[in-house]
Design a binder for this molecule. Structure first.
Ligand SMILES: C[S@@+](CC[C@H](N)C(=O)[O-])C[C@H]1O[C@@H](n2cnc3c(N)ncnc32)[C@H](O)[C@@H]1O
Length: 263
């Protein structure tokens, strides 16, 4: 009779939302989980990855003694020939998830214990960590118990800073990416939150109102609100300045259709 492979003791993998820029945006529940973990792991995208540095500072502040183990991130195919169509883009992302999950599994195998995975913002918005962790669980080589601790998403920080409710009374808000904005607007959305912005494709929306936030929670936090046609040049200048001054720029914005043109 063949024996089942030894998968070792059951491990807790806890995916912890850490907020979107400020060291104090993590919840008390999240801090408790960091402190109760044997170590934390994070993808490392380069020698001076500022988001890895942020996680190290977060641990030093809230869970001193818990080490951050870096896992070198596999290269992702960003060529336009592979990613220009939606199906091509999805295929490239799925290949990358597989490569990432194998790298993480290897890191977990070589080091026992319960692990925290600090995730930027909240794990439910535009983050692949849960998909990667699920692949590890499904592959079955490690016996893992996966749990998620929610965090504060960049879209919540944006709303708070601008003192905004993201929709009208009883209304709808659509959350999307810069890549999909055009189709969401064409489908009639009136309130749109946009994340993952390679650029600002807003020329056609000059009469919409925008509430924009760059590097929220960090030293360079910048807020702008106004009519798109009036503020667009400023937004582009802010993005360039943040990238030059801080080495990274992340921005999120809320768009509201001009009342006169609402569908
Ligand atoms: C990979 S997604 C991760 C989102 C994250 N899970 C969340 O809940 O905020 C990254 C995108 O979130 C937005 N974002 C995250 N942190 C931000 C920040 N501090 N300031 C402005 N936008 C931010 C940007 O649109 C960025 O391109």
């Amino acid at each position: 009779m063949s024996e089942a492979p030894d998968r070792g003791p059951r491990r807790r993998l806890r995916v912890v939302g850490i907020g979107s820029g400020g060291l104090d945006q993590i919840t008390v529940e999240g801090i408790d989980v960091l402190r109760a973990s044997d170590y934390a792991i994070a993808a490392v995208k380069g020698p001076d990855d500022p988001l890895v540095d942020f996680r190290r500072r977060l641990l030093a502040r809230h869970a001193p003694g818990v080490e951050l183990v870096g896992v070198t991130d596999p290269e992702r195919d960003r060529s336009s020939s592979s990613t220009s169509s939606p199906s091509g883009y999805r295929g490239v992302v799925l290949d990358w998830h597989e490569a990432r999950s194998l790298a993480w599994e290897h890191a977990l195998e070589s080091r026992p214990g319960d692990v925290a995975i600090p995730v930027w913002g909240d794990p439910a918005f535009y983050d692949s960590t849960l998909r990667i962790v699920d692949r590890i669980a499904e592959r079955g080589r490690l016996d893992v118990d996966v749990e998620v601790i929610p965090g504060i998403s960049a879209l919540q920080v944006l709303a708070a800073r601008h003192r905004l409710v993201l929709h009208e009374i009883g209304g709808t808000v659509t959350v999307t990416t810069g890549r999909r904005l055009r189709e969401v607007v064409a489908a009639g959305a009136d309130n749109v939150v946009v994340m993952l912005n390679a650029d600002l494709p807003l020329e056609d929306l000059a009469d919409w109102h925008i509430w924009w936030g760059g590097n929220l929670g960090d030293a360079g936090e910048t807020l702008v609100a106004g009519r798109v046609g009036d503020v667009l040049p400023d937004l582009r200048a802010h993005r360039d300045r943040l990238r030059a001054d801080y080495g990274w720029v992340m921005d999120v914005y809320m768009l509201r259709r001009d009342e006169g043109t609402q569908t």
